[in-house]
Design a protein around this ligand. Sequence first.
Ligand code: PGA
Length: 255
Amino acid sequence: MRKKIIAGNWKMYKTSSESTAYFSEFIKSATKCKFLEKTVVLFPPFLSLELAASRAKGISESLSVGSQNMHQAEEGAFTGEVSAKMIKDIGAEYVLLGHSERRQYFAENDEAIANKLRSAVDASLTPVICVGEDQGQRENGRHKEVVSIQIKEGLKNLSSEEIKSVIIAYEPVWAIGTGLTASPEEAQEMHAFIRTLMGELANEDIASKVPILYGGSVKPQNAAELFSQQDIDGALVGGASLEVESFIEIINAMP
Ligand code: PGA
C-alpha cells in the first residue's frame, strides 16, 4: 500500500511567534485530527523550522516537518543559503524541491533541481519534487510533455533504487493560489501518466509505491473528491494549510 501524505506549504507566511501560536492551536485540536496511517508534513519558513520540528513530535508521531528549499552543495561560500545537512540537523526530515514559485521567481531549473535532489538523498532527507505545467502549456496540450521533461531531468542523478525515496507533487501552475483546481479527472489523468513514467524510469514495483500528491488550491471543500482518485495519494496544500482548522479538515478528508 502506498503512503498517504498530506503536506502543508506555508511559503513566506508566519513569523516564529505566529508559528508557535499555530502549534499551540494544533495541540488543542489534535484529538480532532485523524492521523491514522497518514503522514503529515509541514513546510514552514526556515526561521520556524527548528521550533516546528520540536513541536510536531509532541502532537503526533505522524507529523513531521521539512524545508521549502535547500542549496545543493554540502557546505561552502554560498551566502544566504542553507544545506541539506543543516536542515537534517535541526530535526527536519523532508525538503520541497522545484516548487513552481522557485522555478518562476528564483530561476531554478531542472539541472539545479537534479543536483539538489542528489544532495537531499545523500543527506537522508525525503524530497518532494514539484512539477506542473502553466496555463499556456495546458491550453496548447503540452502539459504531459512538460511534466515528463521536469521529472526525467529532475530525477536524472538518482538510481532506480533511490527513486523509491522520492515523493512527487503534481501542481499545475494555473491552479496554485488561484482558487482554480484541476478537476479530479484531470488530476487523475496526470497522476496515472506520472506513475507510468516512474515505471519507465525505475520499475513497476517502485512506481506503484511512489506517492504522488496533488497541489493547487486544495481546500476542505474539494479534498475528498481529489483523494477518491486512484492515483492521488495526498495533497500539497498552500493557503489552506495556514489555518489549523482547514488543514485538519483536509487531513481528515483523506480516507
Ligand atoms: P495553494 O498552494 O494551495 O495555495 O494553491 C499550493 C502550493 O503552492 O504548494
